[in-house]
Design a protein around this ligand. Sequence first.
Ligand code: COI
Length: 354
Amino acid sequence: MDIRFVKREVLKEKPDQKNLGFGKYMTDYMFVMDWTKDEGWKDARIVPHEPITLEPSCVTLHYAQETFEGLKAYRTAEGKIQLFRPEMNAKRMITSNERLCMPAFPVDMFVEAVRALVKVEEAWVPTEPETSLYIRPFMFATEAALGVHMASAYKFMVICCPVGAYYAEGINPVKILVEDELVRAVKGGTGFTKCGGNYAGSILGQVKAEKMGYSQVLWLDGEQRKYVEEVGTMNIMFKIAGEIYTAPIEGTVLAGVTRDSMLHLLRDWGYKVNETRLSIDDLMKAGHDGTLEEVFGTGTAAVISPVGELRYKDDVVTVNDFKIGELTQKLYDTLTGIQWGKIEDRFGWTQEVK
Ligand code: COI
């Protein structure tokens, strides 16, 4: 792919790596490519990161035809930069786009675009411990039209920002509220895709949880409100009587790259992994009878987030005395060890950019 480069006159000042937070500081450049019905993908370019212009009748602003991805570039101790399983993000975006009737962005072009942008933004990949460069590829309809239909023009873009921990709690346990009224996804809907609309619909639950002193929502299945599915921005796993439980990928749950990597590690370590429906009643029961040993969320942005408390209606369960579990810590150390190049990558998950 030929990528045109438009140089920025003045580079931005880099933020303090000790206070990055999440998603606050955008880098100097962004990748952009356009699609039209007649010409397909065209004009790959890396240009200064700046506001874009959209016609107010642009389809996306009205009907949310938008999908996105999230991955990270990591700085190793030797100063190299590596990506973690970028093909998985590329493939998932194709899956999301199919559901939303958007054109596929080919896997090789996706990886090439990400690699090219990260190379240009090399100096933005932070070196402080626990930091990385978060990469956000996204696609949206650009056609100006108010009819609801598959659009005739789209944009694929990639932006980046150096980040620290996603949650203020970092790797400390979070409190989670089980949402028993609102739902996130039903079979046949868009729950398995990474589309903006899924997140828009989740914000009310998040606001409700925060008002009650909880930092995240645990969503139940949309039909019976009986089975645990996923947390606001993460997949979720439970260690019950020595075995791992997590919701299956059956149309309502996002196929997380971190989820898949954790399940690989867990199976490799000999754990029995149950990708099966777990009812909220069984989960709370396990919390009370002492068999619920650990609970943790997994996601690219959050990495792994231990859960210290679960509230379902008036029932409250404290997990592992509100301390990070041994297995949760081991998973965090192993996964981030591979990502930051401190541990040998036996799975071929990482790829060097520079
Ligand atoms: C990620 O983990 O990369 C995500 O996309 C979650 C996000 C909504 C912060």
